[in-house]
Structures are given as structure tokens and as C-alpha cells.
Design a protein. Structure first.
Length: 123
């Protein structure tokens, strides 16, 4: 993921006051290409999210908030929820789904931002 940091000048995760603030992830493969199948795109986005959490020493169970930005929200929402439910378990984080016109990655249908508790924060 270092190439994205260099190209776009952002951090994938930032530690702040006991939280991890994660930049948005899309459903690209390792070459930066999005699959035409929405379900595979959404699956890959959650894999990226899990990888970012793992790199910060956290996991999906540490999520406290998700914000998902969707191109053609109503058309793909049921598929997105099915994929999300395979990755996000109770107790569920807060979640907002927002419809938008486009994302930075051509062909991307979703971008997911997250906030998680930082399991390495000192009380």
C-alpha cells in the first residue's frame, strides 16, 4: 500500500486519543484494478479495511464507526450489506451509507472509511 501513500500523500491509519482513524479503502486488487462484479469489489474493500486494521494492530472487532460512500447506492446496497455482514459482527459499529456520483478510482462503486478503538492505546 506504500505506493498509494506516495502517490496521494495520505496515511492509511492515524492514531489519535485512543482511536484509529482509517482512510477510505476501495475494492481494488493488488494492481489497483476494480472488478466489474460489485460483490467482489465490496469483498475486496473489506479485505483492504481488515489489512489496514491489522497493520495498526487492531481488527474488525475494534470498529466503532463505518462510513461507506456508494456510487449508485440503491442499486447495490443489498449486495453491500450481504458482504458487510460477513465481515462486521455484533456489537455493530455505527454506520452511515452515503450516495455519491463518483470515486477517485475509475469503476469503484464503494469507498469505506472507518474509526476503530486502538487496542494499543494507554488508558
Amino acid at each position: 500500500m506504500a505506493e498509494f501513500t506516495e502517490q496521494w500523500h495520505f496515511s492509511h491509519a492515524v492514531r489519535a486519543t485512543g482511536l484509529l482513524l482509517l482512510s477510505g479503502v476501495t475494492g481494488t486488487d493488488v494492481r489497483g484494478v476494480v472488478d466489474l462484479d460489485p460483490a467482489r469489489q465490496f469483498e475486496q474493500a473489506f479485505v483492504h479495511l481488515a489489512d489496514c486494521l491489522d497493520a495498526a494492530g487492531a481488527g474488525m472487532a475494534d470498529l466503532v464507526e463505518l462510513t461507506s460512500y456508494h456510487v449508485d447506492l440503491r442499486h447495490h446496497l443489498d449486495t453491500f450489506i450481504t458482504v458487510k455482514d460477513r465481515h462486521v459482527r455484533a456489537p455493530y459499529p455505527a454506520w452511515s451509507a452515503i450516495g455519491i456520483s463518483e470515486l477517485i478510482t475509475p469503476g469503484a462503486l464503494v469507498e469505506i472509511r472507518a474509526v476503530a478503538t486502538d487496542p494499543h492505546a494507554t488508558p
